[in-house]
Design a protein around this ligand. Structure first.
Ligand code: ATP
Ligand code: MG
Length: 368
């Protein structure tokens, strides 16, 4: 007998949930097209995109309320497609609380456990734990109508978590709340995720919410994934003009290719004499693309007093405390810059300034 001393290389961590080549058509309308993504165990993934981009359709297919037109969805390697929603072990929270109005808070939370025929004593204990998790211990006997919007949403969260699902889906769970309450609930949701460690998928069209809560974000537009990555990857290295504009703020200025030297591509902004050398790593356009956009974040634009008449003209300044927002006109384009306020004390509307694009922070996209 020979011993195999060869050490197998460890397999990369498998995704817990896998969506492969998923498409969904409603008649002729394609709501989601060829989406593939994976969610790791314990991860909080955000599906982020504008209205109509296909976020809810994808979530409903994972939950089992919509059948895929094509593609597969697996959890821990097992296909879900043939399983009805109640056999998938998935919890759900919707934008509207969807609590049973005639049941108390405790009865609402107990409902998924009763459906599973759990023993009374265990139900009581689990409900108590769930109430504590969402800090509503004192509210078990109330009816949903006797709660605020934020409290109702916490009950919905408790009800979705009480049966310890492997996956929790949240479709705009904070969408109905006002701004301040929304921010409080974001903090709470993050804490609950850290405490229970359940794998979660959060649908939102609010980029700040996605950036602050998610481990990774899938950006959807027109039913397609535009980019999938960590918040920092999306913010620092947008894959295309849509993501550059949707995540944070970007100036996107039409540009013309001047030449390349192996490490960078020079572009000239249309209608101006400004030439920027964009490093190869920041080129997100194919060499054959003619229609280009130079992308630069407001904070990556430098302003200096101009001696020439070819500079940009200050249209407006907005004081933000530490920073100053400066709106400029450069030929036919408007450009937004954000500079430390102490550097902008002398800026006034109508003044001409020179604009500097930091090459390392500038990116080149295909215009769509
Ligand atoms: N049952 C349906 N029948 C026909 N078209 C549908 C149906 N459901 C969704 N759609 C279409 O599919 C596309 C994606 O819809 P979806 O609800 O997934 O978007 P969304 O990203 O969740 O938008 P929102 O942010 O407004 O909730 C839209 O164009 C929508 O009109
Ligand atoms: Mg939706």
């Amino acid at each position: 007998m020979t011993l195999d001393t060869h050490q197998p290389t460890p397999a990369p961590a498998e995704d817990y949930l896998k969506v492969t080549g998923f498409s969904k058509f409603y008649g002729e309308t394609c709501a989601v097209r060829d989406v593939s993504l994976g969610v790791r165990e314990g991860e909080l993934l955000a599906l982020l995109g504008p209205s109509g981009s296909g976020k809810s359709t994808l979530l409903m297919a994972i939950a089992g309320f919509e059948a895929p037109s094509s593609g597969d969805i697996t959890i821990a390697g097992r296909s879900l497609v043939e399983l009805p929603p109640h056999r998938r072990g998935i919890g759900m929270v919707f934008q509207r609380y969807a609590l049973f109005p005639h049941m108390t808070v405790a009865e609402n939370i107990a409902y998924p456990l009763r459906r599973r025929n759990m023993a009374r004593r265990e139900i009581a204990q689990r409900v108590q734990e769930a109430l504590e998790l969402v800090r509503l211990d004192a509210f078990g006997a109330r009816l949903p109508t006797q709660l605020s919007g934020g409290q109702q949403q916490r009950v919905a969260l408790a009800r979705a978590l009480v049966f310890q699902p492997g996956l929790l889906l949240l479709d705009e769970p904070l969408g109905a709340l006002d701004r301040k309450l929304r921010q409080e609930m974001q903090t709470e949701l993050k804490q609950i995720h850290q405490r229970v460690g359940t794998t979660m998928i959060l649908v939102t069209h609010d980029q700040e919410e996605a950036l602050s809560l998610a481990d990774r974000i899938a950006v959807l537009d027109g039913g397609r994934i535009q980019q999938f990555g960590t918040p920092a990857e999306l913010y620092d290295s947008p894959a295309n003009a849509f993501v550059a504009d949707f995540i944070g703020e970007s100036n996107l200025i039409p540009a013309k290719r001047m030449g390349a030297d192996g490490t960078s591509v020079s572009v000239k902004l249309n209608g101006t004499d400004i030439v920027v050398s964009v490093p190869q790593a920041n080129i997100c356009a194919a060499p054959s693309d003619d229609s280009l956009l130079l992308g630069a974040r407001p904070e990556d634009i430098a302003l200096s007093p101009s001696a020439s008449e070819t500079g940009a003209v200050v249209v407006q300044t907005n004081y933000l405390g530490a920073m100053l927002n400066v709106l400029l006109e450069l030929g036919p384009y408007q450009i937004r810059a954000r500079i430390p306020a102490r550097l902008g004390t002398g800026l006034t509307a109508g003044q001409s300034v020179e604009i500097g694009f930091t090459p390392e922070a500038s990116r080149l996209y295909t215009a769509t």
